[in-house]
Design a protein around this ligand. Structure first.
Ligand code: ADP
Length: 460
């Protein structure tokens, strides 16, 4: 999704500048074609007038040469010249093949003559020779060649320009991709940090000094700050757990002694039992916090061995049998894997099953079920733990993994610390796997876990 967005920015920029480029091409080329049409027509008119004038001057100067073809040039610079008597009868000269001969003679004017696909500019000039005879000089210049040339140019640019625009758009897209590459790197690294919750990761330093390098530096500074905060928080909960361990065990041993050895009134016994129950809860929390602190310490690397998941899951279900029976909840382990074996840490995987089954029972309806299934999916094992209990509201689904988080509905259902799923997620991470949850309020919850069968497939 995030990738898509980045993609669309690249596409958006490419589309915008391609659009602007197309507009520029259309206006510039349109302008060039229009002005070249006007300019070339203007040139032809001038050429025509010049040639007619030249012939007139020549005839006036050397009337004896007229109308001999070897003295008089009737074709010059694309202009065809011809001579007519005062009654418009042809005397000599050159006329284009298809030219319509009934084109009227207009003195000193340029007119346009057309016949089928041909177009000409025609310039007529009436002159009086020194001997007093009146003549007409007619100059004709074809427009077809120039029109054809401009048409061909239009067709050529019609093909070339879209290709040029496509090429520029493609090259532009590649340049934008290169320019935005640091953003992709930043996004990937931030995603990696989010997915792995590994605050020790840092963004690679961007080459040169630019907006992206300062963005990376700012991100890295923020990560330094977050990591320090996080480490301080870790240190605090670990210290607090250590400090609490001794007083809690003292309270527990004293209440145990009081309940076992002292002769107490029923009220006092009830008070001591209550203290004992709360102290047990505290001791459980303290040992959870100590376990988390140990797991989060950088030197902790769980050892991996061959684990029979069916045995571990069934042992976890047995451990919680009494609790399940109290709520008449059936716990089933279904194995579809042969053999149900993977490389992992038995202790951690056992904790994973206990936490998930425990939640299924805790947040299950009386008479409901918790179903654990094991399945092989390629090089992974898929563990599914589902129940038909109270479910989790959709807007809380991404929060349940946070430490100490408890959805409101569950607080009234049972006591708890909100650490179970945090630990489960941590165990999944230790095994290089992934976990997801689907839930519907009032219908149930299903946790799906994918773990690599062996550590070689995890790193592959
Ligand atoms: P705890 O169970 O101690 O509250 P967890 O970390 O195990 O802590 O669970 C966090 C929260 O997620 C629980 O408080 C509960 O709101 C919700 N939750 C977890 N599992 C289930 C489940 N199977 N059904 C309904 N809600 C659940």
């Amino acid at each position: 999704m995030k990738k898509m967005k980045l993609h669309s920015i690249k596409l958006k920029i490419t589309c915008w500048y391609t659009f602007v480029l197309t507009l520029v091409f259309v206006f510039v080329l349109g302008g060039i074609f229009m002005s070249s049409e006007i300019y070339s027509e203007e040139m032809i008119r001038e050429e025509l007038l010049d040639e007619v004038k030249d012939l007139e001057e020549e005839m006036m100067r050397y009337p004896e040469h007229f109308p001999r073809q070897d003295y008089v040039s009737y074709y010059d610079d694309g202009v065809l010249l011809s001579i007519y008597d005062e009654n418009f009868q042809y005397i000599n000269g050159v006329i284009p093949d298809n030219f319509s001969l009934d084109t009227p003679f207009l003195d000193n004017e340029i007119q346009t003559a057309r016949k089928r696909n041909d177009t000409w500019f025609v310039c007529d000039n009436r002159i009086t020779l020194p001997d007093g005879s009146d003549l007409w000089i007619r100059g004709i210049h074809s427009l077809s060649a120039i029109v054809l040339m401009i048409q061909r140019l239009k067709v050529l640019t019609g093909f070339a320009v879209p290709l040029l625009i496509l090429f520029t758009a493609f090259m532009g897209y590649r340049i934008i991709m290169r320019a935005l590459h640091p953003v992709t790197v930043i996004t990937d690294t931030v995603n990696k940090i989010t997915d792995s919750s590994d605050l020790s990761l840092r963004l690679p330093a961007a080459a040169g000094k630019n907006e992206f390098s300062s963005l990376s530096e700012t991100f890295n500074k923020m990560l330094d700050h977050l990591e320090q905060q996080f480490l301080r928080e870790q240190e605090f909960s670990s210290d607090a757990a250590h400090e609490l361990r001794t007083p809690v065990s003292v309270i527990l041993s004293h209440t145990e002694y009081a309940l076992a050895e002292l002769s107490l009134s029923p009220e006092a016994r009830q008070e001591f039992a209550c203290i004992q129950e709360k102290a047990l809860q505290m001791s459980h929390l303290v040992s959870l916090l100590l376990n988390i602190a140990r797991a989060e310490s950088s030197g902790f690397h769980p050892s991996f061995e061959e684990v029979d998941l069916q045995i571990v899951a069934e042992a976890a279900a047995d451990e919680l049998l009494e609790k399940a029976e109290k709520k008449q909840i059936r716990v089933d382990v279904q194995n579809f894997m042969l053999p149900p074996v993977m490389q992992g840490n038995t202790e951690l995987l056992s904790r994973l099953f206990i936490n998930l089954i425990d939640n299924g029972i805790q947040y299950g309806h009386t008479g409901g079920y918790v179903r654990v299934s094991l399945e092989q999916r390629g090089t992974n094992v898929r563990i599914c733990v589902e129940d038909n209990g109270i479910g989790i509201p959709e807007d809380k689904l991404d929060k349940i993994w946070n430490r100490f988080y408890r959805a409101e509905a569950s607080r009234s259902v049972s006591p708890g610390f909100g650490l179970g799923l945090f630990i489960v997620k941590y165990i999944v991470k230790c095994h290089g796997g992934s976990i997801s949850v689907e839930s519907r309020v009032g219908q149930g919850t299903s946790f799906q876990i994918l773990l690599p069968l062996s550590q070689s497939s995890a790193s592959a």
